[in-house]
Design a protein around this ligand. Structure first.
Ligand code: ADP
Ligand code: MG
Length: 437
C-alpha cells in the first residue's frame, strides 16, 4: 500500500507550459507548446526528441532557470519561480572548472552555500566514492578522460542530494564504449538506491538510451516542441538491450520518430494491441459459459433471457456478462431478449470435456483479441514465456488499473481452459506448454 502511494508521488509537474521567443523582425517563435508532464518519485522519465525540439529548454524550465511564457511549473505542490538546490542538472559538456581539482569541483557546490567544511569533506568524499572517483580527488579535469569528467559532473549534481536530478544528454559527448559502461554503472547505482536523488529526468536524442533508462519515455515533436507520445516502458531495470522486449520498444519508438506524419498511438498499437484494442472481454468463467449453453440447449436451443435469470435465480446483471461472453465466442446469438444457441454452441454442448476444450479454444482464438495477442507474444519470445505484469502494464493504457487486472484474469482463465497456454501462479508467468522446463 505504502509503496503504491510512493509510486504515485509527483515531484515535479508542468501544466500547459508554452515557451515562445521573439524572433527576427519581431516575429514570435514557439519553441515548446502546451506541455503537460509529471515527474514521479522513484521513476526515470526520458525526454526524447530530435535536435531543436526544445528538450534543453524544457529542462531549464523544469529546474526554474527559465520561466515559461505561459503555463505552470509546480515543484512539490508549489509553483516554482526560481532555481532551487532541490533540483540539480548534469550537462553534456560537464561544465567543470579547469583550475579546480576533482574534489574542489564537487565541494564548491556546497561551499557556495556556506556548509561547514568538515561536512563538505564527508559528503564530497562519499559521493566521489559512490560515483567511482575514489583515488581521483586530487586530479585536475584535464587529466581525466571524458567518462571520468562526466562522473565529476554527476557527483557535482548529486552532492546536494537533490530531489530531482535532471540530465541533459549526459552521455552524448562520450565515445560509444565509455557511454555504454557509464550508463550501466549509473543504472546499477539507481536500482541499488545508491544515488541520493528521488527522481530523474533524462534528456536524450538516443533511442537506445531512452529505452535503457526510462520508466516513461516522452517523445517530443519539433517546430514547435509538443508531446507526441508517452510510452511506459515496463521492463525491469538493468535491462538487456538484446532482449526481445527491449528491441520491441526500440523498434516502436524508432517508428514513431521516423514517421512524424503518423499518429503515434496508431504506431504504438501495432506493437501489442491491434485494431481490436478496446475489445473488452466479458467477465465470465468457462464453466459459467458452459452452464448457460447447457441450459439453453435443454430448452430447445432458445430461451428468453429474463426467464433464464429467473430459473438460475440470478439477477439479469449477473447473467449478462455470461451471455455477452457466449455472444463474443459465437456460441449464442441474442435478438430482442431471446438467446439462441448457434451451431458452434451445439457442438460445444454435445461434446465431451476434451472436445469442449478444443471447441472453446477455437472460438477464443477467433474472437478474443487479447488471448490471441498473448499467444502471438508468447510465440515471438524465444523461450515462449512472458510475465503477466508485462501484459497488465500494457492493458493499463486502455483500461483502468482494476479493469486491466480483470481483463488479464479473464484472458488467463480462458486461455488455460482452452489449453492455449499455461500459467504458473507462483512466478506469474504465462508459457506455451511445449516450452515447459
Ligand atoms: P534541443 O535541446 O531539443 O535540441 P533546444 O531547447 O536547445 O532544443 O532549442 C529548441 C529550439 O529553440 C531551437 O530551434 C533553438 O534554436 C531555439 N532556441 C532555444 N533557445 C533560444 C534562444 N534563447 N534564442 C533563440 N532561439 C532559441
Ligand atoms: Mg539540447
Amino acid at each position: 500500500m505504502l509503496k503504491q502511494n510512493n509510486e504515485q508521488t509527483v515531484i515535479s509537474e508542468l501544466r500547459h507550459v508554452t515557451k515562445t521567443i521573439e524572433g527576427a523582425r519581431g516575429t514570435i517563435v514557439t519553441i515548446i507548446e502546451d506541455i503537460d508532464l509529471q515527474l514521479k518519485k522513484d521513476k526515470i522519465t526520458a525526454l526524447l526528441g530530435p535536435s531543436g525540439s526544445g528538450k534543453s529548454t524544457l529542462i531549464k524550465i523544469i529546474s526554474g532557470l527559465h520561466k515559461p511564457t505561459s503555463g505552470e511549473v509546480i515543484f512539490r505542490d508549489r509553483p516554482l519561480t526560481s532555481p532551487t538546490p532541490k533540483i540539480s542538472i548534469a550537462f553534456q559538456n560537464f561544465a567543470l572548472f579547469p583550475w579546480l581539482t576533482v574534489f574542489e569541483n564537487v565541494a564548491i557546490v556546497l561551499k557556495a552555500k556556506g556548509v561547514d567544511d568538515n561536512l563538505i569533506k564527508d559528503k564530497a568524499l562519499k559521493i566521489l566514492d559512490t560515483i567511482g572517483l575514489d583515488g581521483f580527488e586530487d586530479a585536475y579535469p584535464k587529466e581525466l578522460s571524458g567518462g571520468m569528467k562526466q562522473r565529476v559532473g554527476f557527483a557535482r549534481a548529486l552532492i546536494v542530494e537533490p530531489e530531482l536530478l535532471c540530465m541533459d544528454e549526459p552521455f552524448s559527448a562520450l565515445d560509444i564504449l565509455t557511454a555504454e559502461n557509464l550508463r550501466r554503472e549509473f543504472i546499477d547505482l539507481w536500482t541499488d538506491r545508491k544515488l541520493p536523488t528521488e527522481a530523474i529526468l533524462l534528456v536524450t536524442h538516443n533511442i537506445e538510451e531512452a529505452v535503457f533508462f526510462a520508466d516513461e519515455c516522452i517523445i517530443l515533436s519539433k517546430n514547435p516542441g509538443r508531446i507526441r507520445a508517452r510510452i511506459t516502458i515496463n521492463l525491469q531495470h538493468k535491462r538487456n538491450p538484446e532482449s526481445d522486449e527491449f528491441k520491441m520498444f526500440l523498434d516502436m519508438i524508432y517508428q514513431i520518430l521516423t514517421n512524424p506524419e503518423l499518429e503515434a498511438q496508431s504506431i504504438q498499437s501495432r506493437y501489442f494491441v491491434s485494431k481490436e484494442k478496446y475489445q473488452m472481454l466479458p467477465n465470465a468463467k468457462p464453466g459459467a459459459i458452459a452452464g448457460l449453453l447447457e441450459l439453453v440447449f435443454e430448452r430447445g436451443g432458445e430461451e428468453d433471457i429474463y426467464k433464464l435469470s429467473d430459473e438460475l435465480q440470478m439477477e439479469v446483471d449477473d447473467i449478462l456478462p455470461i451471455v455477452d461472453a457466449g455472444v463474443l465466442l459465437q456460441f449464442v446469438k441474442v435478438t430482442e431478449g431471446d438467446i439462441t444457441i448457434t451451431e458452434q454452441g451445439k457442438e460445444f454442448v454435445t461434446a465431451d470435456i476434451l472436445e469442449r476444450k478444443v471447441s472453446f479454444s477455437k472460438q477464443v482464438m477467433e474472437n478474443a483479441a487479447l488471448v490471441k495477442q498473448i499467444i502471438r507474444l508468447l510465440n515471438t519470445k524465444k523461450n515462449h514465456r512472458l510475465h503477466e505484469d508485462f501484459i497488465e502494464e500494457y492493458l493499463v493504457k486502455f483500461f483502468t488499473a482494476e479493469e486491466a487486472k480483470r481483463q488479464l484474469d479473464i484472458a488467463i482463465t480462458w486461455g488455460r481452459f482452452g489449453e492455449l497456454f499455461s500459467y504458473d501462479a507462483t512466478t506469474g508467468e504465462l508459457y506455451l506448454e511445449n516450452s515447459k522446463s
